[in-house]
Design a protein around this ligand. Structure first.
Ligand code: BES
Ligand code: MN
Ligand code: MN
Length: 454
C-alpha cells in the first residue's frame, strides 16, 4: 500500500510545489497586527486544502490568531495521532537582503525561497500532501487529528487554553511535529531535545524627554549608558551567564551523550565559513554542538535607544530598551529564570534611572524519551522516506507546544523534521530544498503507515 501512496506523491509532485507556493504567498506574519487579515486568509486556505483531501477541517477562533483543526473519522482499534504545525511565520525584515521578495516564492537551484518555506509551512504542507496521497489510496491507516496554529512564532499564548478546553477532541496516543531539521544533507534526524525560552524586554527611563548632550551630559545619567553597562554584566569573561542561580538546575551532559554528539559529522571550520565569522564564541569547556543544544544562553535580540537617523544628533536619550532572551535546558524552570534575571538587573541598576520589564514568552525545555516504540517506528519511516537511517540529535530552538502537549494532553511528541541546517530559518533568503520537501512528504506518509502499529 505504501508503494501506491508513494506513487500518488510522485504523480502530484509539480502540483504539490505549485500549491506550496500559494501557501507561501500569504504573508502570515503573526507578530504584526496589520497582517491579521492575512492570518485568517492563511488559516482558511489551509483548512480548504485539508478538506480537499477528505478530512473534516474547521478554522477555530481564539483571542489571537485562528487555529486550524482537522480530523479523520475515529475508527476504533487504531492509534490516534495528533499532528501539530504552525502556519505563522517570522517577519521577513531586513527586506533589502532578500534576493527575491519573501512572499514571492521563487525556485532557485533546486529550492524554494520564501519566508516560511521550511519554518513551518513547507513541512506542514509535506504532511498535507502525505495525507492527500493516503486518502487517494483508500484512507489514512491511523486516526489523525491535525492542529495548525498561527501563534507559534509569538510564543503560543492562546494554545494552552485551547488545549485545555478541547482536551477531549484532542485525545491522542502520540503527537507528531515536523518543525525541526535534519542534521545534514543526506543525514535525517529524530530530535529528542529542544531548549526552552524566556524572552524579556528591559526598559530604562531617565529624563522626561531627550536632552541636549552638551548642556546635560555628565550631570544627568544617560539611560543608554546604563543599559549598555547592565547588559555588559550578563556574561562572564569565560562566556558563561552571570545571573545568580542561572545554572542551579542545569542537568549536566553525560559522558555518553557528549561522546554521541562528538561522533556526529560536525566541522567547526566549515561552520565558521558558512556563517562568515572569523571565530567561535561560547561557554568555555564545551563544543559547538554542546553549546547550541544542551547549554543555556542569554542573548540580546534587539537594542533601541537615542537617535537612529542618518548623521549625528547630540542628545541624552530619555529612554533605552533591550530585548533579551535566554535559552534554557533541562531542568531549568522558566519562571525561576525569569525571576532571577529581573532580580539581577534590578540589583545592578543605579537609582538614577528607573527600570521596568515585560515578558514576551516563556517555555520550558524538553527531552523526549527515545527508548519507546514511537522512536523505532519513526526511524523505520525515515529509512523508507529518505532512504537513509536517522541520527538522534538535540536542537537549540524552542517549540513551546511540546511541553504543553505533555502537561495538558499527557502524551509524548515525536520530532521528525525535514529541513537543512543552511535553510536560513528566521533569516533573509529562507529556503526549503525541493528534495527535502519530496522526501519529507514520503517520510510523513511512511510515518502514518508505521504508526498504525503503535
Ligand atoms: N521551528 C522553530 C523551532 C526550531 C528552530 C527547532 C530550530 C529546532 C531548530 C520555531 O518555529 C521557532 O522558531 N520557535 C521560536 C519559539 C519562540 C518564538 C517562542 C524560537 O525558537 O525562537
Ligand atoms: Mn517553526
Ligand atoms: Mn520559527
Amino acid at each position: 500500500m505504501l508503494d501506491r501512496v508513494f506513487q500518488s506523491i510522485n504523480a502530484r509532485r509539480s502540483q504539490s510545489i505549485a500549491s506550496l507556493k500559494d501557501f507561501l504567498r500569504i504573508p502570515s506574519v503573526s507578530t504584526k497586527p496589520e497582517h491579521a487579515p492575512d492570518m485568517r486568509r492563511c488559516a482558511e486556505w489551509l483548512a480548504d486544502q485539508i478538506r480537499q483531501t477528505g478530512l473534516r477541517a474547521t478554522v477555530e477562533s481564539t483571542p489571537g490568531h485562528p487555529i486550524v483543526l482537522a480530523a479523520t473519522d475515529r475508527k476504533p482499534g487504531r492509534p490516534t495521532i495528533l499532528l501539530y504545525g504552525h502556519y505563522d511565520v517570522q517577519p521577513p525584515e531586513p527586506l533589502e537582503q532578500w534576493i527575491t521578495p519573501p512572499f514571492e516564492p521563487t525556485e532557485r537551484g533546486g529550492a524554494i525561497y520564501a519566508r516560511g518555506a521550511v519554518d513551518d509551512k513547507g513541512q506542514v504542507f509535506a504532511h498535507v500532501e502525505a495525507i492527500r496521497a493516503w486518502q487517494q489510496q483508500g484512507g489514512l491507516p491511523v486516526n489523525l487529528i491535525a492542529l495548525f496554529e498561527g501563534e507559534e512564532e509569538i510564543g503560543s499564548d492562546n494554545l494552552e487554553n485551547f488545549l485545555k478546553q478541547r482536551r477531549a477532541d484532542l485525545a491522542a496516543d502520540l503527537a507528531v511535529i515536523s518543525d525541526t531539521g535534519q542534521f545534514a544533507r543526506g543525514l535525517p534526524a529524530i530530535t529528542y531535545g529542544l531548549r526552552g525560552l524566556v524572552y524579556m524586554e528591559v526598559f530604562i527611563t531617565g529624563p522626561a524627554f531627550d536632552l541636549h548632550s552638551g548642556m546635560y551630559g555628565g550631570a544627568v545619567h544617560n539611560p543608554a549608558n546604563v543599559l549598555a553597562e547592565l547588559l555588559a554584566t550578563l556574561h562572564n569573561p569565560d562566556g558563561s551567564v552571570n545571573i545568580p542561580g542561572f545554572y542551579d538546575d542545569v542537568l549536566p551532559l553525560s559522558k555518553a551523550e557528549r561522546d554521541q554528539f562528538a561522533r556526529l559529522p560536525h566541522d567547526d571550520r566549515k561552520y565558521m565559513q558558512e556563517l562568515k565569522i572569523p571565530g567561535l564564541f561560547g561557554e568555555a569547556g564545551f563544543s559547538t554542538l554542546e553549546r547550541s543544544w544542551a547549554r543555556p544562553t542569554c542573548d540580546i535580540n534587539g537594542l533601541t535607544s537615542g537617535y537612529q537617523g542618518p548623521g549625528a544628533k547630540t542628545i541624552i536619550p530619555a529612554k533605552a530598551s533591550a530585548k533579551v532572551s535566554m535559552r534554557l535546558v533541562p531542568n531549568q524552570d522558566p519562571n525561576k529564570i525569569e525571576a532571577a534575571f529581573i532580580q539581577a538587573m534590578r540589583d545592578r541598576c543605579p537609582k538614577t534611572v528607573t527600570i521596568e520589564f515585560a515578558q514576551h514568552s516563556l517555555g520550558g525545555p524538553v527531552l523526549v524519551p527515545l527508548d519507546g516504540k514511537p522512536t523505532q517506528l519513526a526511524a523505520a519511516a525515515i529509512k523508507q522516506g529518505f532512504g537513509a537511517d536517522p541520527v538522534f540529535i538535540r536542537e537549540g530552538g524552542s517549540i513551546p507546544v511540546v511541553g504543553q502537549i505533555k502537561s495538558i494532553l499527557g502524551i509524548d511528541t515525536l520530532l521528525v523534521g525535514f529541513g537543512l541546517p543552511d535553510d536560513r530559518v528566521h533569516s533573509p533568503n529562507e529556503k526549503f530544498d525541493l528534495d527535502c520537501f519530496y522526501h519529507g512528504t514520503r517520510t510523513a506518509a511512511a510515518l502514518y503507515a508505521q504508526l498504525a502499529n503503535l
